[in-house]
Design a protein around this ligand. Structure first.
Ligand SMILES: NC(=O)c1ccc[n+]([C@@H]2O[C@H](COP(=O)([O-])OP(=O)(O)OC[C@H]3O[C@@H](n4cnc5c(N)ncnc54)[C@H](OP(=O)(O)O)[C@@H]3O)[C@@H](O)[C@H]2O)c1
Length: 343
């Protein structure tokens, strides 16, 4: 009997975790936490879960939780102070937010100020299974990667063995995300009349995922990278498409670099280097896949990589379930094998 609690279950990532967990063959009990909806039936609010999750939202102290595993799908808050006691009870935890993703207490406090990170910094493991599978399977506390970061790290990590011939000082990336990336809270920026028929760039000079991707890729490349990142939000609900440009005058076999690095990864689909075939959002929405294509533009000495993910799944809840599967000794892809939609 394995029981899992989801903090922030009323939000987009929390509810997506519930949707995956109700079909997970090893999970017998799901506890859905919400401060605002405590006492309300989960399926009366998340109506797509009717007949699958007939429990009520509860609101309780994390330290009082009786569960084998906890997901925290909430922004930094008081819950951080409870995590050491939760871990001491033998409960493993995946945090979905940005705090703890950069394993440096000073940088972490600068980007995500306000809560003491010192007690957890030593043991936190960055939860991207394609890079850190070994460490994740032994970890008690995971910081799950950001949605943009996931799509960009998976696109750039395969070239780390070529670091000497790439211009790592000028990597230019833009991404377009569905509006679910901003969470369930309403805002003027994302209000339907503002977003309908629109494409909106935001945080064009500094987004807080940029230091995260530079930090993790810096470890892979064993040197500093300088990534100029521009996000935009599109007029659709879910999915991220990232456009990655980097420069080199040395042409090499991109397909070989990608298939060697990601070879054997079930959730990474390298679709090739022929410009007639490109990753796109529709193929990955509602799945845990990251589709990658990599192309060489000899005229401009440019490597161009496209990366497509579902921000709520591979960019969040799906990777988090991969992490849970590894931490609890289950098959890594359990609960995550759904394919995309067509048309
Ligand atoms: N959306 C994405 O694409 C995405 C992708 C990757 C990672 N993430 C990260 O995942 C986390 C959740 O994102 P989201 O998009 O699901 O946000 P969301 O839709 O705003 O949901 C967050 C939920 O957390 C609860 N909450 C807020 N403050 C809390 C606190 N101090 N303590 C306990 N619960 C609290 C709220 O529910 P109640 O008020 O009902 O308790 C809220 O519904 C964030 O850290 C986000 O950065 C999001």
């Amino acid at each position: 009997m394995t029981s899992v609690a989801v903090v922030g279950a009323s939000g987009y990532i929390g509810s997506e975790l519930l949707r995956i967990l109700v079909n997970h063959p090893k999970i017998d009990k799901i506890i859905a936490l919400s401060r605002s909806l405590a006492g309300k039936k989960v399926s009366s609010y998340l109506t797509h879960l009717r007949g699958f999750l007939d429990v009520e939202f509860i609101n309780t102290d994390l330290e009082k939780l009786d569960a084998d595993f906890v997901y925290v799908a909430a922004p930094p808050g008081e819950w951080i102070n409870s995590i050491p006691a939760v871990l001491d009870k033998g409960i493993r935890v995946v945090s979905m937010g940005g705090k703890f993703r950069i394993k440096d207490p000073l940088i972490d406090s600068k980007i995500y100020p306000g809560f003491d990170n010192t007690r957890l910094m030593d043991e936190v493991v960055y939860g991207l299974p394609e890079l850190y599978r070994e460490q994740i399977s032994k970890a008690r506390f995971i910081a799950n990667p950001g949605c943009y970061t996931t799509s960009i790290i998976l696109a750039l990590a395969p070239l780390s063995s070529q670091s000497k011939i790439l211009d790592l000082d000028k990597i230019v990336v833009s991404s377009v995300s569905g509006s679910s990336g901003a969470g369930a809270g309403p805002s003027r920026f994302l209000h339907h009349p503002e977003m309908s028929s629109n494409l909106r760039p935001y945080k064009v000079l500094e987004h807080r995922h940029t230091p995260e991707m530079e930090h993790i890729l810096g470890r892979e490349y064993k040197t500093n990278l300088n990534i100029s990142f521009t996000p935009s939000v599109g007029n659709y609900s879910r999915g991220i498409l990232s456009y990655v440009n980097l420069f080199t005058s040395h042409e090499f076999d991109l397909a070989q670099a990608f298939t060697e690095y990601h070879g054997g990864e079930f959730f990474i689909r390298f679709i090739g280097s022929d410009e007639k075939t490109t990753p796109n959002i529709k193929d990955v929405v509602n799945t845990n896949f990251c589709d990658l294509g990599a192309y060489y533009d000899g005229t401009r000495k440019r490597i161009f990589i496209l990366s497509a993910t579902d921000n709520l799944i591979k960019g969040g809840s799906g990777t988090a379930v991969q992490n849970m599967n590894l931490m609890l000794g289950f098959d890594e892809s359990l609960g995550l094998e759904s394919v995309g939609l067509s048309p």
